[in-house]
Write a protein that binds this ligand. Structure first.
Ligand SMILES: Nc1ncnc2c1ncn2[C@@H]1O[C@H](COP(=O)(O)OP(=O)(O)OP(=O)(O)O)[C@@H](O)[C@H]1O
Length: 309
């Protein structure tokens, strides 16, 4: 078992919600997303540090997944600006965001389970709705460098110890192996910022350490990581920085050891979950939103294809 080497000195000036980072990779300003009368995201200012592992935590419905979707171009805010590597990303579609180096993981949906592990990495097959969506998404990124893609996929499968599963249906993988496949797939496009959506959900405790090691490995390879997670063990042990959202806003941020004792954090959780443990929340909502995001991307892809025709 390896232990996490924490990255320090991430902040410039005072620590608190919206504080400036020494070297931010993402900067968001006044980003707001409303659904009808509900304000899901209302982030005044936030900066994600480069070269570090940042956890985005908060109670169910805090707006974490919506914020993920906004940053990565899978959803559009009502207002606000944000930049990645110093360049504005407002209005940039998801596949272009990914091409620029900001990639998020996707949960392995039912239809992707009917593809092999290698096909999942390449996502070249067509047929099912989900497959078409991914195929279109990734083909924009890659533009037909098939041999290179297979070589890269094989390297990644070996690194994530999934090479023996190469020809197996993804549906036959365990929960932990699926998470590894999701991570490996995200790395296909050589990202600089990897955004992991609940990497611990559905993972058998026996595989927990291996998963944590792989996330630490991303940082060791020079990538920045932002993850949404309810598993406080993971947050405490591998994150260098924690950002807390509640009711759409950033209510606290800081290093994990101090954030866990922060009154604003305790209040944010207790306010929404009087009877829930920090570590036992469900990820049902995230799945629902991902499906909605997938539908939206499909529309974007369809619109692009119409443009080309
Ligand atoms: N497409 C949508 N239509 C209507 N309401 C939505 C939509 N997407 C999200 N919401 C609402 O926005 C709020 C924020 O949801 P979001 O899923 O971003 O929170 P979260 O912090 O990721 O929660 P969880 O930890 O449970 O996944 C919730 O009240 C949710 O019901």
């Amino acid at each position: 078992m390896s232990s996490a080497t924490k990255t320090h000195h991430l902040v410039q000036g005072e620590v608190g919600p919206g504080c400036a980072k020494v070297d931010p990779i993402v900067v968001a300003d006044a980003v707001k997303r409303q659904f009808g009368g509900l304000t899901a995201v209302d982030v005044a200012h936030v900066e994600i540090p480069r070269g570090a592992i940042t956890a985005l935590i908060g109670p169910n419905g805090a707006g974490k997944t919506t914020f993920f979707n906004l940053l990565t171009g899978f959803d559009k805010p009502n207002e606000g600006t944000w930049s990645f590597e110093g360049q504005s990303l407002a209005g940039v579609p998801a596949y272009k965001v990914a091409r620029r180096g900001m990639v998020r993981t996707f949960q392995l949906t039912k239809s992707l389970g009917r593809l092999t592990v290698l096909q999942n990495m390449l996502l070249g097959a067509t047929g099912q709705r989900g497959e078409r969506f991914f195929s279109a998404f990734w083909s924009f990124l890659w533009k037909g460098q098939e041999q290179e893609n297979i070589a890269r996929a094989d390297d990644l499968l070996a690194r994530f110890k999934l090479d023996a599963k190469r020809e197996d249906f993804a549906a036959s993988l365990s929960g932990g192996q699926r998470k590894l496949l999701e991570m490996a797939r995200a790395l296909m496009s050589k990202p600089t910022l990897v955004m992991l959506d609940e990497p611990m959900a559905g993972v058998n405790p026996a595989l927990t350490q291996s998963l944590l090691d792989h996330v630490l490995g991303l940082k060791a390879d020079g990538m920045s990581v932002l993850f949404v997670e309810h598993d406080m063990h993971m947050v405490r042990h591998i994150s260098d920085w924690v950002i807390v959202m509640a009711e759409g806003k950033v209510v606290a941020e800081g290093p994990p050891e101090s954030i866990m004792q922060d009154q604003a954090v305790v209040d944010a959780y207790l306010g929404a979950h009087h009877d829930t443990d920090l570590g036992t929340l469900t990820n049902q909502e995230i799945q629902q939103i991902e499906e909605e995001a997938a539908e939206e991307l499909e529309e974007i892809v369809a619109a692009r294809e119409e443009d080309k025709a």
